[in-house]
Design a protein around this ligand. Structure first.
Ligand code: ADP
Ligand code: MG
Length: 697
């Protein structure tokens, strides 16, 4: 049976070797199964007829029914065209042909009723459709399929004579051929309880819906199936880890107690304590921990990470902390070194710019077990970095690392995998977390340290820059420091650098007496360090920077964040940037500067920022605005290449799919019951064919 779906599309009637090569190259479609899963991205509704008088520019396509009153041949040579005037009793529309004029002219007759379909264009007060699809109205037999599929195609395919019509025809052939071969992939009980249509019905109706209702049913069924199998896979991984793979038992809290009693710099929040307890429970359980620690910017994740390291080190193992950027790794190092020194714990920093001599020492002491904490960038993943006994890996800002990198850090221990704590400052919407980190346990720090005042966020137009500068002056006079951030987008790096420099100049002009720092990605790393250090020490009052300061940078005395061209930033990025202030006890401010002209989405983003400080709320808004594919760092994760479901919209269905998958794993983890054999078969076949499936593991 499966053989059929693995047949090359080349052998499908209407395809052949040339078109097959095109499909393969342009859409990555090789087999029958691939083609069947190339679902339409929208449908043209052929059940609806518009009144000609109601047409306006907002319609992508319209279908009208009317009598061709007369025809005209206009223009000459290049400009020659055929115009037919169609009237439906409510108004008149022009149907225009520039090509195949003679043929069309012969075919269409005046005085007869036709159905025309196409994209309306406005000319003055009139509308026209160029090269419409035109069919005479046939007695009263309704067309077989009202909703016609529209497939995503590339320009090469379209010009390579494989347009939507051709693809639809081929798809029709394939769907007809497949019907007798399609295997059901969900158990009957599950389908009944969820009111799902069969796989067969779903495949037919997703391509050629009998009605809107059937289309919805087909989408629902296929989305559920897709989400269900992803969740099943993730939950299965978690289940296996929890039941089968052993974890080091780390239970010695003597170091932790010393730290608590003698060196704790501030009382921990209840949320921090709760999370530490959750982690401690994992560490001593004998099962490997894989935990995601979510906490808004400034919630104090770093010290939680450090305290957990104390448990690991107290239990005679080593720890790693991986950060996504060099600046962040350095900052973690500086912060944790303070604590570590008081505790007599060896600690080192390893990044791309660590000198060779230092590197050698690090490698050696790591191997012998003398070095207890290694902090670094992805340089930690290199082959030469070998631990004596790695007990705990902490990964900061995980969303910037791919799933593959995460698992490489798991593999750093020869015998037993280390415990893994993933910390993320970008709150991830629940739906996304369930898919991106569905195999992890989740802890949340939902509380900021005491005494923090919520950041005040305002929106200012560029024209009010002088007032803004005036405000900065008063804040600096109060002893505070200020960030001024410019966008940096890769495609226009040169231009952005120029903006940054212009901005630096204008700030310098406005504050001639003030020491100012500048920071951007093109600077050498020691120059960056130097500027960062000056700002941190308070020697400079204003930091003009690109988004390099975005992640985790911590200067508690900085209390104003000015974001230039705020409309060019995404929501989560704005939120991250804002999180750079509000870290001390002073009232902090975030000022979003924009031009007068703002698009609708930009307005929503700015308003959301002004309205709320809650990272989870912002993340949800971001997901709805942009969809998951665009969220920071999620593209390369592989898990999100969904065929049909949409995490931005299908959150409820995802939750259901996850709970159904949970029920299944709990009741029949090895899929042994006869009822679940369809699932077992499907899982096996997915392991072989679905790219995502293997990527996750
Ligand atoms: P994030 O969760 O964004 O990584 P950090 O760990 O950088 O936050 O902490 C932000 C700041 O808050 C740091 O200066 C840290 O020392 C401080 N901090 C953390 N926990 C507490 C606490 N319980 N009380 C007071 N300050 C704290
Ligand atoms: Mg942090």
């Amino acid at each position: 049976m499966t053989g059929f779906f693995e047949t090359s599309v080349e052998f499908l009637k209407g395809v052949g070797p040339q078109r097959a090569a095109l499909l393969n190259k342009q859409l990555n479609i090789v087999t029958f199964a691939d083609l069947l899963q190339h679902y339409p991205y929208r449908y043209e509704d052929r059940s609806k007829f518009y009144n000609i008088k109601d047409i306006d520019e907002s319609y992508q396509y319209v279908q009208v029914k009317g009598i061709i009153k007369r025809k005209e041949l206009n223009g000459a040579g290049f400009k020659k065209r055929l115009v037919a005037y169609m009237n439906d009793g409510t108004g008149e529309i022009e149907l225009v042909w520039f090509q195949g004029i003679n043929w069309v002219n012969e075919k269409i007759k005046s005085g007869i009723e036709y159905v025309a379909f196409g994209k309306p264009n406005r000319f003055g007060s009139k509308f026209s459709i160029a090269h419409p699809e035109l069919d005479p109205v046939m007695n009263d037999a309704p067309p077989k399929f009202f909703l016609q599929p529209v497939y995503s195609l590339t320009e090469k395919l379209r010009t390579g004579s494989f347009d939507n019509k051709a693809l639809s025809r081929v798809m029709r052939t394939l769907v007809d051929l497949s019907i007798s071969k399609v295997r059901e992939t969900l158990p009957v009980g599950l389908m009944n309880s969820m009111h799902l249509i069969s796989k067969k019905e779903a495949l037919v109706n997703i391509h050629f819906p009998q009605s809107n209702e059937w289309l919805e049913k087909a989408k629902h069924r296929l989305k559920f199936e897709e989400l269900f199998y992803i969740q099943l896979r993730l939950l299965k991984m978690k289940f296996v880890r929890q039941t089968v793979s052993p974890g080091m038992v780390l239970h010695n809290v003597s170091l932790l107690t010393t730290f608590y009693n003698e060196h704790l710099p501030f009382p921990l929040t209840d949320a921090q304590k709760k999370v530490i307890r959750e982690i401690y429970t994992d560490l001593k359980s004998g099962k490997q921990m894989n935990r995601l620690l979510q906490g808004d910017v400034g919630s104090g994740k770093t010290i939680v990470g450090f305290i957990c390291m104390l448990i690991a080190i107290g239990s005679d193992t080593q720890c790693a902390l991986m950060a996504p950027t060099e600046i962040l790794a350095q900052q973690h190092f500086i912060n944790l070194q303070r604590y570590a020194q008081r505790m007599n714990i060896t600690i080192a920093l390893l990044t791309g710019s660590t000198k060779k001599s230092e590197r050698t020492i690090i490698h050696d002491t790591l191997k012998t077990g003398v070095l207890k904490i290694l902090i670094g960038t992805h340089a930690l993943l290199e082959e030469e970095v070998q631990f004596n006994n790695l007990g705990l890996s902490v990964i900061d800002e995980q969303h910037r690392f791919g799933v593959a990198q995460r698992s490489r850090l798991w593999q750093k221990n020869k015998s037993i995998p280390p415990h893994v704590l993933v910390m993320t400052a970008t709150p991830i919407p629940r739906t996304l977390a369930m898919t991106l980190y569905g195999d992890l346990d989740v802890s949340v720090i939902d509380q900021l340290p005491a005494g923090r005042k919520p950041i005040k966020t305002v929106h200012q137009f560029d024209s009010h820059r002088l007032q803004v500068f005036e405000f900065l002056r008063t804040q600096i006079a109060l002893g505070r420091q200020v960030y001024v951030v410019y966008p940096l987008i890769e495609e226009s790096e040169k231009l952005d650098l120029k903006h940054l420099m212009d901005g630096y100049e204008s700030v310098s002009r406005a504050f001639p007496e003030m020491p100012i720092s500048i920071l951007h990605g093109k600077m050498k790393s020691d120059a960056k360090d130097y500027e960062m250090a000056r700002f941190k020490k308070g020697e400079t009052k204003i930091m003009v920077a690109t988004t390099v300061i975005e992640v985790g940078v911590d200067v508690p005395n900085a209390s104003v964040m000015v974001i230039e061209n705020a409309e060019r930033f995404g929501l989560s990025q704005l939120h991250q940037l804002r999180g750079r202030v509000g870290r001390g006890a002073d009232q902090s401010y975030c000022i979003l500067m924009t031009d007068y002209k703002l698009g609708a989405d930009s307005k929503t983003r700015i308003n959301t920022m002004v309205r709320t400080n809650n990272g989870f709320e912002i993340a949800e808004a971001d997901l709805t605005l942009r969809g998951p594919g665009d969220l920071m760092g999620t593209q390369q994760s592989g898990v999100l290449d969904l065929m049909i479901a949409d995490l931005g919209q299908d959150g409820e269905l995802l939750k259901t799919a996850r709970s159904k998958a949970t029920e299944l794993i709990e009741s029949d983890p090895d899929l042994l019951s006869p009822e679940n054999s369809v699932i077992r078969v499907q899982v096996e076949s997915m392991k072989k064919s679905v790219v995502n499936w293997s990527k996750i593991s």
